[in-house]
Design a protein around this ligand. Structure first.
Ligand SMILES: Cc1ncc(COP(=O)(O)O)c(C=O)c1O
Length: 381
């Protein structure tokens, strides 16, 4: 608990500030909660489901989820990737968070190592701890891509998995295909050298929140032990409905055993599967997405204003985060911003001291009204 997340800490401090100054007067950029409305197809499907009386649709289903939902997801991935998946390659989970836990529970033996790229989504460390693994953190380059020398030095016979996340939380950057290929090549070399299996877990709930049309490869097209952990939390704006999935490539080693282990873990960790209504909803909205031009507009406006004030930011291409350089120690600067009633999360919480995270998934008015405070804070330095 003492290690617990800075994001929560800031969120809770925010609640105190809001009580003191009123909601409208606190500019809270601490949480990555999707703000856009789900697409129209989602509401139509919700109405249809609520009116339907098909027997058993609210009961248990196979642990891997409804076949019809899994089939729709496998078709979509097959159309977009170089792989040809079928419904058995998909397993429905309670969000991407559930997916990562189910995967780690299935593959990790006590003490095996998982490499996590900094800056990272802070929950990864807890997920690895949950299943007896050991997290190793890989340094990053100036452009927030992983250091390949760092990765080389961390790979060992004990490496069981690498988690990659693109578009990335907290930086918002999308890894290029070249970078992902380099990661895969190093993992494959290490597998040959140590006669091991290294699973590359591609955590990609932000895949479709990408504003520069950067093509994101599918991990199993580049590494046979590649596994996708994803969800509809962000692209359909339904984070509270907890619908995610695991997708396996055609050539995964010992695939049948892995599928059995994933189903066993999904059940015994207590998730069982993803919620039934949620699965029906995503099945009916499979090719829909929130209006991402709204996120893009928020990103462009906020980025332009902050850089005009002197903030140094690598322009993110996806997600809904900005990760500016902190002009002073990030924890101190976060405190300075708090004096302006602005809540952000120090980079320290993401393994990247010297930066801070802004989640711009907020109303435009919050961004606009916070600008004066951002200007004042940097002027004080
Ligand atoms: C990088 C990353 N991975 C996983 C998750 C968990 O998402 P889900 O709601 O699908 O469990 C999040 C949520 O913010 C995230 O940012």
């Amino acid at each position: 608990m003492s290690d617990s997340s800075w994001i929560r800490k800031m969120f809770e401090e925010g609640l105190n500030l809001k009580e003191k100054y009123g909601h409208k007067n606190v500019y809270d950029f601490s949480l990555g909660n999707p703000i856009l409305d789900p697409p129209e197809e989602f509401f139509e499907s919700l109405k249809e489901i609520s009116e339907s009386r098909i027997k058993g649709i609210h009961g248990y289903m196979p642990n891997s989820g409804f076949k019809s939902t899994r089939s729709k997801i496998s078709q979509k991935i097959s159309e977009q990737s170089k792989s040809n998946l079928n419904s058995d390659d998909i397993l429905m989970t309670s969000g991407a968070a559930g997916a990562i836990n189910v995967i780690l529970h299935s593959i990790l033996n006590q003490g095996e190592e998982v490499i996590i790229f900094k800056p990272f989504f802070p929950e990864y460390k807890f997920y690895v701890d949950n299943h007896g693994g050991k997290s190793l953190f890989c340094d990053f380059e100036e452009d927030f891509t992983p250091s390949m020398d760092g990765l080389k030095s961390l790979l060992s016979p004990k490496t069981k998995a690498i988690i990659l996340n693109s578009p990335n939380n907290p930086t918002g950057i999308t890894y290029s295909e070249k970078i992902i290929k380099e990661i895969c090549e190093l993992a494959s070399e290490s597998e040959s050298k140590f006669n091991s299996n290294i699973f590359i877990i591609s955590d990609e709930p932000y895949r479709y929140l990408e504003y520069e049309n950067q093509k994101q490869p599918f991990i199993f097209d580049l590494h046979k032990n590649g596994i996708i952990a994803s969800s509809f939390s962000k692209d359909l704006s339904i984070a509270g409905e907890r619908v995610g999935f695991i997708a396996l490539g055609e050539k995964l080693n010992e695939k049948e055993t892995v599928i059995e282990a994933l189903n066993f873990s999904n059940r015994t960790l207590g998730f069982v599967s993803a919620p039934a209504i949620g699965q029906r909803l995503v099945e009916n909205s499979i090719n829909s997405i929130v209006n991402i031009s709204k996120y893009k507009a928020k990103r462009d406006y906020f980025y332009t204003e902050l850089t005009n004030y002197g903030y140094k930011i690598i322009k993110p291409s996806g997600g809904f985060y900005l990760f500016p350089k902190s002009p002073i120690n990030d924890i101190e600067f976060t405190e300075l911003l708090k004096k302006e009633r602005i809540l952000v999360v120090p980079g320290t919480g993401f393994g990247a001291p010297g930066y801070f995270r802004i989640s711009y998934s907020v109303d435009d008015s919050v961004i606009k009204n916070s600008l004066e405070g951002f200007k004042k804070a940097i002027k004080k330095i």
